[in-house]
Design a protein around this ligand. Structure first.
Ligand code: KIV
Ligand code: NA
Length: 273
């Protein structure tokens, strides 16, 4: 039995208390985030955040499954959503379903997310009808970086605005249980949130959304580079650098390990041979 949040719980948050969502890639971090989060997203951002790739385009099914399994092991109350990687759902409905089913079977996650251009309405409906809850992802779609020529906010021109609204409508009408809106101006996020029936989850998309998501490593200050929309709630990169530099100095000065961290020869008990 699971006490995890379900798609019903997430849908019920429409226009209610904002949904708290964070990315997670491994078991110990998932365990720290789980008590506070409604949704843990195993984002394909893991390609950049933990594997050092230049974009999310190189992320594979195997990477998503391995990290999805770890996050499931580390959590027990948040809904876990796993991103479908570039190339795993765009071709047609059948390959989208086979890959989504594989992710769900091998990780035990409750839902998948796809970067949903308007073309993807077919895939979303196909998956939902067959038992795969789908989270959409519109606006700035990182998997399209090679078409867009970089990561840029969307919907700041009228043409782009119409396109983002069309993406939102398509995902909502096709049955997405929630939609991530990335990198759009506040008025557009507000208009979409008012129009669609499912909750919207913003990243760089203002407080007008029904929930928020951040890349956990960004909000914990594990990178020097942080985009405008990130608030750093901690400065872990400084904490880690300070800790590692203290360790290195101690090792070089033979101050670590000390007596407390060292095993001594155990005297055998008298009756023991
Ligand atoms: O991959 C990711 O982390 C994401 C979120 C930032 C929405 O898609
Ligand atoms: Na993603």
């Amino acid at each position: 039995t699971t006490r995890r949040k379900t798609v019903k719980d997430i849908a019920a948050a429409k226009a209610g208390t904002p949904l708290v969502c964070l990315t997670a890639y491994d078991a110990p971090m998932a365990a720290l985030l789980d008590p506070h989060a409604d949704v843990l997203l195993v984002g394909d951002s893991l390609g950049m955040v933990v594997h050092g790739l230049p974009s999310t385009v190189g992320v594979t099914m195997e990477m998503m499954i391995l990290h999805g399994q770890a996050v499931m092991r580390g959590s027990d109350q948040a809904m876990v959503v796993v991103d479908m990687p570039f190339g795993s759902y765009e071709t047609n409905n059948d390959s989208a379903f086979l890959n989504a089913a594989r992710i769900m079977k091998e990780t035990g996650c409750q839902a998948i997310k796809i970067e949903s251009g308007t073309y993807a309405a077919g895939q979303i409906a196909h998956l939902v009808e067959r038992g795969v809850p789908v989270m959409g992802h519109i606006g700035l779609r990182p998997q399209a970086i090679n078409v867009d020529g970089g990561f840029r906010a969307k919907g700041r021109t009228f043409g782009e605005r119409d396109r983002v609204i069309a993406e939102a409508r398509a995902a909502d009408e096709a049955g997405a249980f929630a939609i991530v809106i990335e990198g759009v101006a506040e008025d557009l996020a507000a208009a979409i949130t008012a129009e669609v029936s499912c909750p919207t989850i913003g990243i760089g998309a203002s407080a007008a959304c029904d929930g928020q998501i951040l890349v956990t490593h960004d909000m914990l200050g594990l990178f020097d580079w942080t985009p405008k929309f990130v608030r750093r709630y901690a400065d872990l990169s400084t904490s880690i650098s300070d800790a590692v530099s203290a360790y290195a100095a101690d090792v070089r000065a033979r101050k670590f390990p000390g007596e407390a961290e060292t095993y001594a020869l155990r005297k055998p008990a008298p009756e023991q041979r």
